[in-house]
Design a protein around this ligand. Structure first.
Ligand code: PLP
Length: 398
């Protein structure tokens, strides 16, 4: 596989480019949900300036008044080229893609295509909370197949869950999070091949949320679900939004394996009217020309993982943190702190630092908190300091 080493990108670390004062001028969810004395390390927004090719693409569109409706397949072509170069995968066929407004709405639409009202959707908790809310709002039932103690997909648990939910010939889907939010687990080719075999055996349709795919560390290899043997009937959702911080510029892609093309073709036309033309321009520029920026980001995130591990060992040794191989999220096992099911609440109340609460991530979430590592080293240091203060104030031993 061709991998561009981080060091050659020549870009400065984007996580060190912005001051806290400047970040606090932002008006997005991360910065405006809590009062100004709270340090926010929760929702998956990054404290970075945008990659220059993205700024250029959007600025040019503004200058031209190029703010009409989207047309064409440039986004899909850019993703296919990125997939070829980055993941050594040339199976992403542009004609088997469709634009969708964002990844979660894309997930909902894919599940609507392959399941009916009341059908079960299997998820691997602890997992991104909207997997529960969006699936239930769609009128599907969530069935849990928890990750194992190492944060990996437990194939025995997955099989028994598939067996149970498909009993009596029921239709079912599996919503795979790959890489996994919040643990940062990168599923291996062997694991995904085994998943595909189980899905085939039980007739379960796989919808893979691969939004974190570009955010994989160092030598670890991201394996697209559609690339594994048996993945042909799968559907995937991809986007530049997490890796280049473009959540506010709505645009994602649904990608079908060769045997799921007919399903994707049934997606109603109005879904493709959701993404924004400017969003598509931004996402396309990121995938096409944003690799040096991404590599600098990945190097910065790697450093932050090590920094966080060191700071926790020093200030909060009871917190267990296993650095993941992907995403910019750190899943913290705070059970030994004795702060109850929701340590994030204690950190917020007593330390004025906002992490994500663990319980909404489903089974395995209690006693945990999720910390967003896409911040400067100074902010991460201050966050751990505040967490330690919170533990002391709450009357517990760090
Ligand atoms: C696994 C996962 N899927 C989807 C999303 C949201 O993506 P979008 O804003 O494109 O719906 C996130 C955001 O953090 C995520 O972590």
């Amino acid at each position: 596989m061709t991998r561009i080493p981080y060091e050659t990108s020549g870009e400065p670390n984007p996580l060190q480019a912005l001051t806290l004062d400047r970040l606090r001028r932002r008006t997005s969810m991360k910065w405006r949900t809590h009062p100004a004395d709270v340090l926010p390390l929760w929702v998956a927004e990054m404290d970075v300036p945008l990659a220059e090719p993205v700024v250029r693409a959007v600025t040019e569109a503004m200058e031209l008044g190029d703010t009409g409706y989207p047309v064409g397949t440039a986004y899909a072509e850019a993703l296919a080229a990125f997939a070829r170069k980055r993941w050594d995968w040339d199976g992403l066929a542009v004609e088997r893609t469709a634009i969708v407004p964002d990844v979660m709405l894309g997930v909902v639409e894919m599940l609507r295509l392959v399941t009916g009202h009341g059908d079960p959707v299997v998820v691997n908790p602890p997992v991104y909370p909207p997997f529960y809310d969006f699936v239930r709002h769609l009128g599907r039932e969530v069935a849990e197949a928890p990750l194992d103690a190492g944060g990996r997909i437990g194939l025995d648990v997955l099989e028994s869950t598939f067996r149970r939910v498909t009993a009596g010939g029921r239709r079912a889907a599996y919503l795979l999070c790959s890489p996994h939010n919040p643990t940062g687990t990168v599923h291996t080719a062997d694991e995904l091949t085994a998943v595909a075999a189980l899905a085939e055996r039980y007739g379960v349709r796989v919808v893979a949320d691969e939004i974190h795919a570009p955010l994989v560390v160092g030598d670890t290899r991201f394996v697209p679900y559609l690339s594994v043997p048996g993945g042909e009937r799968g559907l995937s959702l991809m986007s530049a939004s997490k890796a280049w911080n473009l959540a506010g510029l709505k645009a994602a892609l649904a990608v079908a394996g060769p045997d799921a093309a007919g399903d994707l073709a049934r997606m109603p036309e109005e879904v493709g009217h959701g993404p924004s033309h400017v969003g598509i321009l931004a996402h396309t520029a990121a995938l096409r020309d944003g690799t040096p920026w991404l590599d600098a980001l990945l190097a910065g995130l790697d450093a932050n993982r090590g920094l966080l591990a060191g700071l926790l060992a020093e200030r909060l040794p009871a917190v267990r943190y296993r650095p993941g191989e992907a995403t910019y999220l750190a899943w913290l096992d705070c059970r030994s702190l004795g702060l109850g099911d929701d340590p994030a609440e204690v950190f917020l109340e007593h330390g004025r630092v906002a992490l994500n609460a663990g319980p909404p991530f489903g089974t395995g979430g209690a006693g945990h908190a999720r910390l967003n590592l896409a911040a400067s080293p100074e902010v991460i240091g201050e966050a751990v300091r505040r967490m330690a203060v919170a533990v002391e104030r709450a009357g517990h031993r760090p």
